[in-house]
Design a protein around this ligand. Structure first.
Ligand code: ATP
Length: 208
């Protein structure tokens, strides 16, 4: 059984996330693709964080079933929300599962600082979206070798798979700024997510 796992703050989820997911969905063809919003960002400080329930609902709107499954497993956890705990529980439930851990290149480049990153690397295939073309790919290969000891030939190394994703230069931070400035966000947000934000006046949303 193949399980894709894509974690993030999703504050809010946007089309850059969608593109990454679609790229790897086509490549891996998982039996299940889990979207896991984090309770609190472990790797960064995040102001203006929407409520857990709101981020879960926006993910459900952005990444619909049955192709995607939005999971509250990290939000519901009492202890710190580390990816390795989620992977352990998935493996306890499905001992034969092959787990594909999806992430953008920015997250990958700090992977050696993740909690129990060696265990994660042994247990999963890291699916990394290279977002900026050739330079980015070279930097990712060099990082994999120097920090993780994995030689990546072309796009593939032991437990690492790099895929070039058509870049969509947008981040949730930028989107929150656009929403509060009244700038157009339709190119970056799924319509249902945009409506959800507007209805609730989230992120200081101002009508254009
Ligand atoms: P923020 O701006 O609040 O830091 P973000 O846009 O980076 O948020 P996250 O929810 O933190 O979004 O990211 C979840 C995952 O999606 C990470 O692995 C990140 O690398 C990846 N990602 C974020 N934006 C893009 C994008 N535009 N294209 C491809 N991958 C992306």
């Amino acid at each position: 059984m193949k399980i894709g796992l894509f974690g993030g703050t999703f504050n809010p989820p946007h089309k850059g996330h969608e593109r990454l997911l679609e790229t790897f969905y086509e490549q891996i063809r998982p039996d299940q693709m889990l979207i896991v919003p984090t309770k609190r960002p472990v790797h960064k400080i995040c102001e203006d964080l929407a409520l857990d329930e709101e981020r879960l609902e926006m993910c459900r709107l952005a990444f619909p079933a049955p192709q995607y499954t939005v999971s509250s497993v990290e939000i519901d956890r009492q202890s710190d929300s580390y990816t390795v705990y989620t992977v352990r529980s998935l493996l306890a439930e499905h001992p034969d599962a092959q787990i594909y851990l999806l992430m953008g290149s920015d997250m990958f480049l700090s992977f050696h600082k993740w909690y129990r990153h060696r265990e994660l690397l042994d247990a999963c295939t890291l699916c990394v979206a290279s977002r900026c073309g050739a330079d980015d790919l070279a930097a990712l290969r060099s990082y994999a070798f120097s920090k993780l000891g994995v030689y990546v030939k072309g796009h593939v190394g032991k437990h690492i798979l790099i895929s070039e994703v058509q870049p969509l230069e947008i981040s949730s931070t930028e989107l929150r700024a656009r929403l509060s400035n009244g700038a157009d966000t339709s190119a970056y947000l799924a319509p249902a997510v945009e409506h959800y934000i507007q209805d609730r006046g989230m992120y200081g949303y101002r009508a254009k």
